[in-house]
Design a protein around this ligand. Sequence first.
Ligand code: TRP
Ligand code: SF4
Length: 336
Amino acid sequence: MSSDEKRILTGDRPTGKLHLGHYVGSLQNRIDLQDEYDTFIIIADVQALTTNFDNPSKIRKDVKQVALDYLAAGIDPDKATIFVQSLVPEIAELTIFYSMLVTMNQLERNPTIKAEADQYDYKDMTYGFIGYPVSQAADITFCRANLVPVGEDQLPHIEQTRKIVRKFNNLYGEVFPVPEPKISDFPRLMGLDGKAKMSKSLNNAIFLADSEEEVKSKVMTAVTDPGRIRATDPGNPDICTVFHYHDAFNTEEVDEVETNCRQGTIGCVDCKGKLAKKINKFLDPMRERREKYLDKPELIREILLSGTEKAKSEGEETMKKVREVMKIDYFKGKSI
Ligand code: TRP
Ligand code: SF4
């Protein structure tokens, strides 16, 4: 791997199965870019603790689940380095140094933190929770990443990372590239219920691990144009969840679906049938890969262990530079 190859870092909290929203929002980008970039993918178990510190055994189970979802989705372990955050202590170390470069005002203004605090009804946020963007800055930079493919809700965190990096480089010396975010062309997938976001907690998601039957029955429950009673009524695809999914997963037929819907020449049940078929076809290769890995659980273990090893050695190299430029490499050289 040439050292001038640009690097990606991105990842997820291990808090349950990945769904189609994760795929279009971020996984797709990672899979496309893994050939071109030296890719690091973090399973952010420490960040998952910010909202699950009272239930760490749940995170333990989800670390494996997320790794399996990545591999099934098409992240290639020969191209990308998948690793576990808590097993790279250099990230925690870097977080402490960064915490000096961030103000309470910046943390309190972060719109994603605010939205999540509302969602969890946190009135008095823990230090770990309000500070996780600092830890995320360390996630991104411990391997000196250039590009961060993420969903749009992560933009405030990338902005915070960029601020920290600029401040660090100015104060101490140029160690880190200022990372750029990369947002997918299809940034947000609606839920089956028509809510703005597909989300496990809203119970409106199609998971990458769903069976053919599950996909079919979930698509049948999806919200359509409520004004349409009969199959011959002209419909409005703009307000239909099913159409939104055709747009994301059925580029071949999306125009035809739109025309037929507007003219009232296709029924919603047929239209959903087409979509379910298409989504199943899309998930089939993932199902195959999932089976392969499920047959060999030791393979996932090996992938995570060797990925974590590689991440750790990157972290060690970075921390050496950090200590040097901060002049806290006390025992290198003659005097303390
Ligand atoms: N905050 C991200 C999420 O909730 C997960 C994450 C942790 C992440 N560390 C990261 C994403 C570093 C990109 C880069 O999904
Ligand atoms: Fe939606 Fe298809 Fe029904 Fe039109 S025909 S309202 S696009 S499900």
